[in-house]
Design a protein around this ligand. Structure first.
Ligand code: HEC
Ligand code: HEC
Length: 393
């Protein structure tokens, strides 16, 4: 797919509010345009209740999210992809992804010696850099892929009160089955909600982190380029690459993205979801806090199917990564939002179907094993009913 550079995106914005749609359809070619448009409209819609001002900011943020960043915008020196949209196309998952590296046996090697420039590959070099950061050929390394989660509906995750997540953690600690779950408490006392290991507390902080670590773009909260093998301290745009206002526009875009419309599902499907124990972690009945700054998201049901807690999913799913307080086998309950737009499931995309994803919960050392086992005791017809409910969430 062709996309527009930042300068063009801003120019189009200046021309009118529908301009961002205009350029995508103009450049996708006559045959591809209609089909793509339907999908974009369903997965990338703003919340219906946004105010005019919020909607205007949503559109500006949308243009930044789609824009291809160039050297002159501050791309690099090292980066993974040149647009948010390259990894979250239509706000979903992929096609770009991230490659993570970790010592396969942390007791044998010191992380800082093996991976002095961090645990993430940055495969592209620009703005004077020549040496990309790739996983060294080293048998002591575990290399894994991390697929981008979709970004739609994430405003709801931010809008849930800390107290409600704490209650879910208290409830989880009292359970008798295999499912547990614990908070990702960050050093500043906030609760981690974003990232597959719940390592970041707010959408604004996530934008700052994504700009820096995925695209080599600095911003006022993260003014330094991440270290690389050539020791370059800056790129071809002197100073900070993205302004605080651009960061805020991206944040407001993410906050404003609706949960894609769902099929209602049968009463039996929902009952099975509870009975099998999926709902113990994929919590469907939360509410947002009443004082969340986006009015449309304040004090409303948050049907996000996650408890935002970390769960030990067993050795087979381990990615070797320690992030914030999360251990290699621990992952945040994936929010079941817009699943029909995902090409694959689980943090590494290793499950090609919802059924495979459910079965992957079932390892003997996974907190999901009770639910996976109960799923397998259902008749094939009931299994199919549960799977089709989940596929449509
Ligand atoms: C190279 C691919 C790539 C690019 C480019 C990228 N992302 Fe991501 N994104 C990911 C991956 C992988 C994750 C999961 C990260 C993690 O677990 O820490 C993620 C996670 C997220 C999340 C958290 C979603 C959740 O469910 O917790 C948000 C929000 C997000 N990205 C926004 C952005 C924005 C905004 C940009 C552009 C500034 C961007 N991303 C650019 C790959 C990418
Ligand atoms: C112990 C908590 C727990 C239980 C119980 C549980 N899950 Fe999960 N689920 C998770 C976690 C954690 C992940 C993320 C794992 C990963 O990304 O590797 C996940 C991921 C998923 C995914 C992949 C979503 C995506 O975005 O890729 C699906 C689908 C899913 N679960 C469905 C179910 C269903 C259906 C049930 C009931 C049969 C269930 N889960 C029970 C914790 C749980």
């Amino acid at each position: 797919m062709t996309r527009a550079p930042v300068a063009r995106a801003l120019l189009l914005l200046a021309l009118g509010s529908s301009a961002c749609n205009a350029w995508t359809s103009a450049e996708s070619g006559p045959a591809a345009a209609p089909a793509r448009k339907v999908k974009v409209d369903r997965a990338s819609l703003p919340l219906l209740e946004l105010t005019d001002t919020e909607l205007a900011r949503f559109k500006q943020g949308d243009a930044l999210f789609e824009a291809i960043v160039r050297e002159s915008d501050g791309l690099g020196p090292l980066y993974v992809r040149d647009a948010c949209n390259a990894c979250h196309v239509d706000d979903g998952r992929g096609p770009g992804l991230v490659t993570k590296m970790a010592p396969s046996d942390p007791s044998q090697v010191e992380l800082a010696k093996l991976l002095p420039f961090g645990t993430t590959e940055r495969p592209y070099a620009t703005a004077g850099a020549k040496t990309p950061l790739l996983a060294p050929q080293d048998a002591r390394l575990k290399v894994t892929h991390r697929l981008p989660p979709p970004v739609f509906g994430r405003g709801y995750l931010e809008a849930i009160a800390d107290r409600d997540i704490e209650r879910l953690a208290e409830r989880a600690a009292r359970r008798s089955g295999s499912a547990r779950g614990r908070l990702s408490r960050l050093p500043d006392g906030s609760i981690g909600r974003f990232g597959v290991k719940a390592r970041i507390a707010t959408l604004e902080q996530f934008v700052v982190d994504a700009l820096s670590s995925d695209m080599g773009l600095s911003s006022p909260a993260q003014p330094d380029e991440p270290p690389g093998p050539e020791g370059l301290r800056d790129d071809h745009k002197p100073g900070v690459d993205f302004s605080a206002e651009q960061v805020a526009l991206l944040r407001d875009y993410l906050r404003g993205l609706a949960v894609p419309e769902r099929q209602v599902g049968t009463a039996q499907g929902h009952a099975l979801f509870q009975r099998v124990g999926c709902a113990e972690c994929h919590e469907p009945e939360l509410r947002t806090r009443a004082d969340y700054p986006v009015r449309a998201l304040a004090g409303v049901p948050a049907v996000v199917y996650t408890d935002l807690l970390l769960h030990d999913m067993g050795e087979a799913l381990s990615d070797g990564q320690h992030e914030a307080g999360a251990k290699p086998r621990e992952f945040r309950t994936a929010p079941l939002i817009g699943l029909r737009f995902l090409p694959s499931y689980l943090h590494d995309g290793s499950a090609k179907t919802v059924r495979e994803a459910i079965l992957a919960h079932g390892a003997a050392d996974s907190e999901g094993r009770d639910a996976a086992q109960k799923f397998l005791t259902l008749t094939p017809a009931l299994q199919a009913e549960l799977v089709s409910l989940v596929e449509a969430l």
